[in-house]
Design a binder for this molecule. Structure first.
Ligand SMILES: Nc1nc2c(ncn2[C@@H]2O[C@H](COP(=O)(O)OP(=O)(O)OP(=O)(O)O)[C@@H](O)[C@H]2O)c(=O)[nH]1
Ligand SMILES: [Mg+2]
Length: 459
């Protein structure tokens, strides 16, 4: 995508609305403005709205709307930007856009305004991603995290780590550059080591918090599991408030997983209904059960439903013991409370191991016990997303952090074993590159510049 062309697009969603915006960015913006608004006063204030008559290039009036000129670099993209805030009708917006295209703009690619903002240094990559996340947020927690990233919380933390690592690189590379002169420069091992450990530890913290950020951004994955006919789909429907899942008394009704989003305490819950677990010769059903297992592995929260009138099968007991021992949050639902329970003492002891264990009658209307289940889900969802500190939110961030940690681990090892400075520098630079990829913001000239600017080695 070349930056030389002026781009234009309708910036508001399609359909009708009070206001619709056509946005233009690039060198020709002002020219386009004056062609669409011929009476635009020369030297009209920048960044000030003006009520304007917008015409197409044939001179036909298209709309009476507000227009604004925002010269770069004080604009979203960093380039000259014009916005037409029209009446929000599809015909108007299309005609204004067409006029802008005719006047020399080309249609913008998705995300191109933000991409230009990044390339012009208005945003780093984590902030550019946050713009998308902000727009896509469906829950309060996703919105909050996106806003923090847009304010630069993650970018600033990474930049900070880069700074510290640069100091280490400067120390090491200075020793390399001058080691063949009369004085052999020894690197200050402690100084370098301290910085490596500091950055490593902070990256470790970021990595540990990754799941929290992921859950804030994407939602908490709550997976409903249990034997066939336990009432999983009935629960799914009751929580979602629809008849989304098919419910029958035939064991093996649900064949494939279903997913719906709901919101509790400002956290999005990705609720997944799965195929009931049992031994079956049915090929389709076994494939469904395999998927249930896969969903279980990826669950942030397991909601286990058991038909209490059936009690546990030995496989259920094995699974639940495993679940009780793991640190994965779980909610156990003993459904069909309208029927007598078939649990023995061992089963009761097993159930007591779970903090969240409820008796429900999901087929009744309203379903007794459901409220307590929802409260527990909300509590767990908040626990899984709340907490202090900067968060990673995407796999891309995590990848950068893990790569940087691996390089730093090598550097640490190398420092201990008095490895060649050149090799140490390579590891440190790899760590820097990995971090730089997160913000999209690093180049080697920067490091060279720092060696000679703030590290004057007595020459
Ligand atoms: N008596 C009674 N029946 C219930 C209760 N909850 C659900 N059922 C019934 O149990 C049957 C199975 O319910 P589903 O929700 O389809 O069960 P499932 O766990 O999704 O089953 P599979 O999809 O086959 O794995 C249906 O006939 C429900 O109406 C309850 O609390 N009491
Ligand atoms: Mg089902």
């Amino acid at each position: 995508m070349s930056m030389s062309k002026t781009i234009a697009a309708i910036a508001t969603p399609s359909g009708r609305g009070g206001v619709g915006i056509v946005r233009v960015s690039g060198k020709k913006s002002h020219d386009i403005l004056t062609r669409l608004v011929p009476d635009w006063p020369e030297n009209f204030d920048a960044h000030r709205l003006r009520l304007s008559h917008i015409h197409d290039l044939k001179g036909e009036l298209v709309d009476e709307s507000l227009a604004v000129f925002m010269p770069g670099p004080k604009s979203y993209t960093g380039e000259d930007v014009v916005e037409f805030q029209c009446h929000g009708g599809p015909v108007i917006l299309r005609r204004v856009l067409d006029a802008a295209l005719e006047a020399g703009a080309r249609i913008a690619e998705p995300g191109e305004f933000t991409q230009r903002a990044f390339l012009n240094g208005r945003l780093d990559l984590t902030q550019a991603e946050a713009v998308a996340d902000l727009v896509n947020a469906t829950s309060a927690s996703a919105h909050q995290l996106a806003l923090e990233h847009l304010q630069g919380s993650l970018g600033d933390e990474i930049t900070d780590l880069v700074e510290v690592l640069m100091e280490a690189v400067v120390l090491v590379e200075a020793a390399i550059d001058f080691s063949h002169e009369e004085h052999v420069y020894q690197i200050e091992t402690d100084e370098v080591g301290r910085r490596i450990v500091d950055v490593y530890d902070r990256l470790h913290t970021l990595r540990q918090r990754f799941d929290r950020g992921r859950r804030q951004r994407e939602g908490v994955r709550a997976v409903i599991l249990g034997r066939t006919n336990a009432g999983k789909s009935t629960l799914f429907n009751a929580l979602h408030g629809t008849d989304r899942a098919i419910v029958t008394d035939v064991a093996g009704t649900t064949r494939d997983f279903l997913e719906e989003e709901l919101h509790l305490e400002g956290v999005a819950i990705r609720l997944v209904d799965t195929a009931g677990l049992r031994n079956t010769g049915d090929r389709v059903e076994s494939l469904g059960i395999e998927r249930s297992r896969e969903m279980e592995r990826r669950a942030d929260l397991v909601i286990w439903v058991v038909d209490r009138s059936e009690g546990f099968h030995s496989e259920d007991r094995r699974q639940l013991h495993k679940l009780a021992e793991s640190d994965r949050p779980a909610i156990i639902i003993c459904n069909k409370s309208d029927r007598p329970a078939a649990f023995d003492d061992d089963d009761r002891r097993l159930l007591e191991r779970f903090e969240h264990c409820f008796k429900t009658n999901l087929a009744a209307e309203p379903p007794p016990g459901l409220e307590a289940v929802v409260d527990a889900m909300a509590k767990v969802a908040v626990e899984l997303t709340a907490g202090e500190g900067v968060l990673l939110s995407r796999a891309r961030h995590l990848e950068g952090v893990v790569d940087a940690m691996e390089s730093l681990q090598r550097a640490r090892q190398g420092l201990k074993m008095q490895m060649e400075h050149e090799l140490l520098a390579i590891d440190l630079r790899e760590a820097l590159d990995a971090l730089g990829r997160i913000t999209g913001k690093i180049d080697t000239d920067d490091i060279l510049e720092r060696i000679f600017s703030d590290f004057c080695v007595g020459k």
